[in-house]
Ligand binder design. Structure first.
Ligand code: PBG
Length: 320
């Protein structure tokens, strides 16, 4: 008889044949940084996750560094919004201040910025609106300004999330022409128009005031199109390709892993976090075990990097 159970008999042999291993090295922890003072506000739909003002962010960063999490992904929440999101390229904006603060006080922490406009525009869309839709090419010009401003502040990597065509090409050229040829780009390459972003939009105050994001984010029905998106970003010079969300899109993570010779990242998004937390609070699932199994499944699917709100909790377990 074929007996597969022989290699499951004890923890010793299970450890020896284990194919996928999670590590704290895999994690990027997202941070919401709000302009203002003395802010530490828990996001109702994301228990354990807070918005911080810069004067209180150290309590969070101390913990991240102590847990040996290698990187953070920054989201800025400005006090002033306008039609174009001009605050995104203010060299003294909240994002730029945050980059400088973290690189000065936590030099070993790798700082990635989310490059987008939805937290900064009065209408909540990811670019400039013309005729009730986001104007792709006009938005690209502002993306370049935003990225250069982050670069000047000392960011380690930029991660454009707006899903405008030509973004990676525009950013690569701008960085190269401005003296930042060594600054890498993590592309939100395959980003779906997903209901799983619900809690994030509360966290980052970025829900669109009209319409939705389906003219720029991808249709969840499409797999081949994901390959097309990743191909363009790869050819335009993205250093890392990302799939977002993660759990409902593990097939796409595997597609990218099999087809591109680039590190693959996935974003375990706010709604995925909220579901686990809510069910665990009700006592309906073992939250820790479901968390670890979910993160493991992303790695098994092919993710080299996992952006997750669970990073601290999972690190505590992995560091034991
Ligand atoms: C900005 C952005 C979003 C997320 C990351 N960057 C929101 C969106 O596209 O609406 C979502 C992250 C999450 O849900 O955790 N464009």
């Amino acid at each position: 008889m074929f007996r597969t159970r022989r290699l499951r008999k004890s923890e010793g042999i299970r450890r020896l044949v284990r194919e996928t291993k999670l590590s704290v090295d895999d994690f990027v922890y997202p941070l919401f940084i709000e302009e203002g003072e003395n802010i530490k506000t828990e996001i109702v739909s994301m228990p354990g996750i807070h918005r911080f003002s810069l004067d209180r962010i150290s309590e969070e960063l101390d913990e991240v560094v102590a847990l040996d999490i290698p990187a953070v992904l920054l989201f800025g929440i400005p006090s002033n919004k306008d039609d174009e999101g001009t605050e995104t390229w203010n060299d003294n904006g909240i994002m730029q201040q945050a980059i400088r603060f973290i690189k000065k006080n936590y030099p070993s922490l790798y700082v990635i910025t989310d490059v987008c406009f939805c937290e900064y525009t009065s209408h909540g869309h990811c670019g400039i609106i013309h005729d009730n839709d986001v104007d792709n090419d006009a938005t690209l010009v502002n993306i370049a300004k935003q990225v250069i401003s982050h670069a000047k502040a000392g960011v380690d990597m930029v991660a454009p999330s707006g899903m405008m065509d030509g973004t990676i090409d525009m950013i690569r050229q701008s960085l190269d022409n401005s003296g930042f040829p060594n600054l890498p780009i993590m592309a939100y390459s395959v980003k779906y128009a997903s209901a799983f972003y619900g809690p994030f939009r509360d966290a980052a105050d970025s829900a669109p005031t009209f319409g939705d994001r389906r003219t720029y984010q991808m249709d969840p029905s499409n797999r081949d199109e994901g390959m097309r998106e990743a191909t363009f970003d790869d050819q335009e010079g993205a250093d890392i390709l990302m799939v977002k969300p993660a759990l409902s899109y593990l097939d796409i993570i595997r597609d990218l892993k099999n087809n591109f010779d680039r590190p693959i990242a996935c974003y375990n998004v706010s709604g995925e976090y909220a579901m686990v937390k809510a069910a665990a609070q009700k006592g309906w699932i073992d939250g820790e075990k479901v968390m670890m199994e979910s993160l493991l499944s992303m790695k098994r699917a092919g993710a080299d990097i996992i952006i997750t709100y669970f990073a601290k909790e999972a690190a505590k377990i992995l560091n034991k």
